[in-house]
Ligand binder design. Structure first.
Ligand SMILES: [Zn+2]
Length: 463
C-alpha cells in the first residue's frame, strides 16, 4: 500500500512498515497524566503522533488511533487533595484544557481516548493472569508486584540486561518487593486516601499502577497484538519495558510490531524539566505565538531529534511560515485534487515515507513556494496548499495568517522583524542578494517597510 519505513526502537533500525491486517493500522500512544496544563514537551509528543496518524490516513490506511488519559496517579491524588476537589473534578477540568490546547495546535482528536479509571476490571483480570503464571505476587506490604526475574525478555526494549538495570537501583527495604526492579501492578489503599481512588480486588482495596493501565487499555481496544505503540523517549524505560513484560507475560506472544519514540524538547540547549524551572505550557506559548507558527516550529525538526525551544527559533519559524503564505498571495488553487504523481508531491511522499521526515517535507513546500513566486500558477498553488494540508498547515488565507500571526504590534512581533533584518544583513554580507530581496519582500508583504541607511544599518516602519 505504501513504501513507509518506520524507525522501530525495538529493532534499533528503520523497517518497512507492514500492517498486521492489510489496509488497517492499529496505533496506541501513551497520553497525558492529567493534573496540570500541558507543556511544550507534551505538545511535541502529541504532534509527532498526530503527523503519523495523518500520514497513515493520507497513505490510504484505515487507522484506529488510541491515546489514553491517565486519570489515576499519585500526582493526581496529591493535587486534588491540595486543591480540595475530587479527582474527577480535577481531571475533567484539565482534560478540557488539554483538548483546547491540542485543538488550537491542529492536533486531530484520536479515534479513541480511553480513561484509565474506566478499565479497572480489565487491569484486575490482567493481574490475575500474571499471578496465575507466576509473574505477579503480593508483597508483605499488600502491594501486588510484577516479578521481573520470571520474565526472560525483560530489558529487550531498552537494550539492557537485568544486571545492568539493577546496578542503578537501590533496594528499598520499606517495600515488599523481591527484586528492586519489580514494579507495582496494584497499590494497596492507604487509610488517608480518598474513597474515590479505592477499588475492591481479591488482594484487598487498592488502585492500579501506571504500567498496567496501558497494557489493559491497549489490549482491550486494539487486541493482544497490534501495529504501532508510541510515546516520548523517556517512556522507553521503565514504562514501555514494563508494558511489554505485562502484556507478553500474560498473552504469551509479541505485543507490538513497531515501538516508536519521539525525542526530547530542550530549552536553550538544556533539557526542559519542571525541576529546572525552564518549562513552558502550551498556553504560555500561545499568548506570544500563533498556533500554526508553533506547529510549524515543531514540524521543522524530525520527531526523533531533540527539539530546541527558544524565542529566536519561534521568531524564525514565523518568518519562514510567512514566506509560504506570501507565495499564496493573489493566487488561488485551481480546485483540482492533489496530484501525487507531480514531482514535488512525489518527493514529499518520499520524505514522509522515510520515517515521517517532516523537515524534508517542509523543504519541498519551500521549493513549491519559490516556484509559485515566479509563476503564480494556480496548479502550483493547489499542490502547495494540498501537501501542506496533509500535515496540518496553510489552512488559512495569507491575509488571515498575517492578521493573526504577524500584523499585531506586540513586542514579539518586533523581535521577529529584528531577527529577519539581521538575517537580511547577513545575506547581503554573503552577497546572497536573492535571499536579501526575499526577506525584504516577505516583510513588505507583512506590512513592514525597510529603509537601508548609509552606515549599513536598516530602519523599519509599518506601512
Ligand atoms: Zn503507557
Amino acid at each position: 500500500m505504501s513504501n513507509l519505513k518506520i524507525y522501530n526502537t525495538l529493532a534499533r533500525d528503520k523497517q518497512t512498515f507492514v500492517p498486521m491486517e492489510a489496509g488497517k493500522v492499529r496505533m496506541y500512544v501513551c497520553g497525558m497524566t492529567i493534573y496540570d496544563y500541558c507543556h511544550i514537551g507534551h505538545a511535541r509528543m502529541m504532534m509527532a503522533f498526530d503527523v503519523m496518524y495523518r500520514w497513515l490516513m493520507a497513505s490510504g490506511y484505515d487507522v484506529t488511533y488510541a491515546r489514553n488519559i491517565t486519570d489515576i496517579d499519585d500526582k493526581i491524588i496529591k493535587r486534588a487533595v491540595e486543591n480540595g476537589e475530587t479527582i474527577s473534578q480535577l481531571t475533567t477540568r484539565f482534560t478540557k484544557y488539554m483538548d483546547e490546547d491540542t485543538g488550537a495546535l491542529g492536533i486531530l482528536p484520536p479515534t479513541l481516548v480511553p480513561r484509565a479509571t474506566e478499565y479497572v476490571p480489565q487491569m484486575l483480570a490482567l493481574i490475575e493472569t500474571l499471578e496465575s503464571k507466576d509473574l505477579a505476587y503480593q508483597g508483605t506490604d499488600g502491594d501486588v508486584n510484577y516479578a521481573v526475574r520470571n520474565f526472560p525478555n525483560y530489558g529487550r526494549l531498552s537494550g539492557k540486561s537485568l544486571d545492568d538495570l539493577r546496578a542503578g537501583e537501590r533496594v528499598d527495604v520499606n517495600t515488599g518487593k523481591r527484586d528492586p526492579l519489580d514494579f507495582v501492578l496494584w497499590k494497596a489503599s492507604k487509610e488517608s486516601e480518598p474513597e474515590e481512588v479505592k477499588w475492591d480486588s481479591k488482594w484487598g482495596k487498592g488502585r492500579p499502577g501506571w504500567h498496567i493501565e496501558c497494557s489493559a487499555m491497549c489490549s482491550a481496544l486494539l487486541g493482544e497484538q497490534f501495529d504501532i505503540h508510541g510515546g516520548g523517549a523517556d517512556l522507553q524505560f521503565p514504562h514501555h519495558e514494563n508494558e511489554i513484560a505485562q502484556s507478553e507475560g500474560a498473552f504469551g506472544h509479541a505485543m507490538v510490531n513497531y515501538w516508536v519514540h519521539n525525542g526530547f524538547v530542550r530549552v536553550d540547549n538544556e533539557k526542559m524539566s519542571k525541576s529546572l524551572g525552564n518549562f513552558f505550557t502550551i498556553r504560555d506559548v500561545l499568548k506570544k505565538y500563533d498556533a500554526e507558527v508553533i506547529r510549524f516550529f515543531i514540524l521543522r525538526a524530525h520527531y526523533r531529534s531533540p527539539l530546541n525551544y527558544s524565542d529566536a527559533h519561534l521568531d524564525d519559524a514565523r518568518v519562514a511560515l510567512t514566506r509560504l503564505y506570501t507565495a499564496l498571495d493573489g493566487v488561488e488553487g485551481d480546485g483540482a485534487a492533489l496530484d501525487w504523481q507531480e514531482p514535488h508531491a512525489a518527493r514529499f511522499a518520499e520524505a514522509m515515507d522515510d520515517d515521517f521526515n517532516t523537515p524534508v517535507a517542509l523543504a519541498v513546500l519551500f521549493d513549491l513556494a519559490s516556484e509559485l513566486n515566479r509563476s503564480k500558477s494556480p496548479a502550483v498553488a493547489r499542490q502547495l496548499k494540498g501537501l501542506a494540508d496533509v500535515i496540518g498547515l496553510l489552512a488559512r488565507t495569507p491575509q488571515q495568517f498575517r492578521q493573526a500571526a504577524v500584523g499585531d504590534a506586540d513586542v514579539s512581533g518586533d523581535a521577529a522583524i529584528d531577527a529577519a533584518i539581521a538575517r537580511r544583513i547577513e545575506a547581503k554580507k554573503a552577497r546572497n542578494f536573492a535571499a536579501s530581496d526575499q526577506i525584504r519582500a516577505e516583510l513588505l508583504a507583512a506590512g513592514i517597510i525597510l529603509e537601508d541607511k548609509p552606515d549599513g544599518t536598516t530602519n523599519w516602519r509599518r506601512a
